[in-house]
Design a protein around this ligand. Structure first.
Ligand code: FAD
Ligand code: NAP
Length: 339
């Protein structure tokens, strides 16, 4: 398998940040991936795995191999009374995978419609939207150890999922490439429509007993309205996680801001990070080419020509503004590379 050299990554990340990889390869088959990892081991090269580049910030060049899985394929490999077991290769675009499943009446992914990126990246941060996360649907996955090429099967429990978290962001960070993922999808749909935006969208459309396809259509319509398409305005989605705070912290904030948006959690309350950023005066505000999006302050956008350092400077300014107003530390969601 051929390595491309000094490869420009600007079109491979949705923030459109200029960065170069010393080597780049996009294996299209399992065999290509295996032989590539053998070469990597032999040459002792550092490896970065890249999916669709929709959750990364490139703040410098990468002096190793950027490996972008391009294996494709979706298949139903088993079933129980209530579920289909569906396997997809890492290089499948996530939004296409969701549509493929819906078209075959394999249910459960409708709330995750239109999330950019790849199937292989979906478990990394346990992608979630509108009350559904990958942890609710994932059965198991197959990954290869980058250092040895050895294949390892991960059960659901092995993935150690949390809120926008998994073992692949913690103890096993940068250790594995996810090659394929298996999902348990419902034969009879169990729909989740509690989020206010979904309820409103269905109401506007006059739908009170929605089908899974109608929920997906509603989600796509909401997201298209609210979020900038990376094809039009460069961004990496939500730039910060919603912070979970204790009841005492929530009460203190509530005493000063009675309209704070908070959702109860087992260990306190989840605050809407977008609301905190907006209150701190950052909605629609920019420094140079980077700003907080005018319709959703949680999304940082590159209006053109930004570097990774520009993005990090705005993110840091927002973190400081939120900390000084609310005493809450926002954690960045995308992975920062190159610093
Ligand atoms: P990348 O950005 O390429 O990579 C992200 C991380 O995963 C990197 O650390 C990379 O090394 C690692 N990685 C990627 N592929 C693999 C692999 N095969 N094996 C091992 N490691 C791998 N996220 C949500 O959770 N919910 C949303 O609703 C949502 N909405 C978004 C909306 C927009 C407009 C945008 C731009 C982003 C949104 N995101 C959302 C964030 C992003 O789409 C997801 O995190 C997505 O899963 C990232 O996929 P990717 O293929 O682009 O990964
Ligand atoms: P929203 O609906 O305006 O809600 C704001 C925040 O409040 C959300 O982040 C959500 O948390 C939380 N929330 C709203 N209703 C809730 C409920 N009934 N129960 C529990 N929590 C609730 O959010 P949005 O920005 O338009 O995004 C819609 C969905 O898409 C959210 O789930 C969001 O996570 C997801 N999304 C994620 C990204 C990303 O890059 N990570 C980008 C765009 C959208 P949760 O985030 O925990 O759901």
């Amino acid at each position: 398998m051929r390595f491309l050299e000094n490869f420009l990554l600007t079109d491979r990340n949705t923030l459109k940040l200029p960065s170069r990889a010393r080597f780049f390869a996009a294996p299209e088959t399992r065999d290509e991936l295996h032989s590539l990892l053998n070469t990597v081991t032999a040459r002792n090269l550092p490896v970065m795995v890249l999916g669709g580049g929709s959750n990364v910030v490139f703040a410098g060049d990468f002096q190793g191999l950027v490996l972008q899985p391009a294996m494709r394929g979706i298949r139903c490999i088993g079933e129980t009374a209530g579920h289909y077991l569906v396997e997809a290769e890492a290089g499948e675009p996530w939004p296409d995978f969701v549509q493929y499943c819906l078209a075959r009446n394999w249910y459960g992914l409708e709330n995750l419609s239109l999330i950019p990126g790849t199937v292989g990246a979906a478990p990394i941060q346990n992608i979630g939207a509108y009350g559904v996360e990958i942890t609710d649907r994932l059965h198991s996955l197959t990954a290869l150890e980058l250092a040895t090429g050895r294949v390892r099967e991960f059960s659901h429990a092995d993935c150690r999922f949390g809120y926008r978290e998994s073992v692949f962001k913690q103890d096993l960070r940068d250790r594995y490439i996810i090659a394929r993922v298996r999902f348990l999808l419902q034969k009879k749909p169990v729909l989740k429509t509690a989020y206010a935006d979904i309820q409103q969208e269905l109401a506007v459309r006059g739908i009170d007993a929605p089908t899974p396809q109608q929920v997906a259509t509603a989600v796509i319509a909401i997201r298209t309205r609210k979020l900038p398409s990376p094809a039009v305005l460069a961004n990496a989605g939500s730039f910060f996680k919603n912070p979970v705070v204790s009841v005492a912290v929530l009460d203190e904030i509530k005493s000063r801001f009675p309209d704070v948006i908070a959702y109860p959690q087992a260990d306190g309350a989840k605050l809407a990070a977008g609301w905190l950023i907006e209150k701190a005066g950052w909605k629609g505000r920019s420094i140079g080419p980077v700003g907080a999006y005018e319709k959703q302050a949680l999304v940082l956008v590159n209006h053109g020509g930004a570097t990774g350092a520009d993005v990090i400077a705005v993110a840091s300014a927002i973190q400081q503004a939120v900390t000084s107003m609310f005493g809450v530390q926002l954690e960045m969601e995308p992975r920062i590379y190159g610093i």
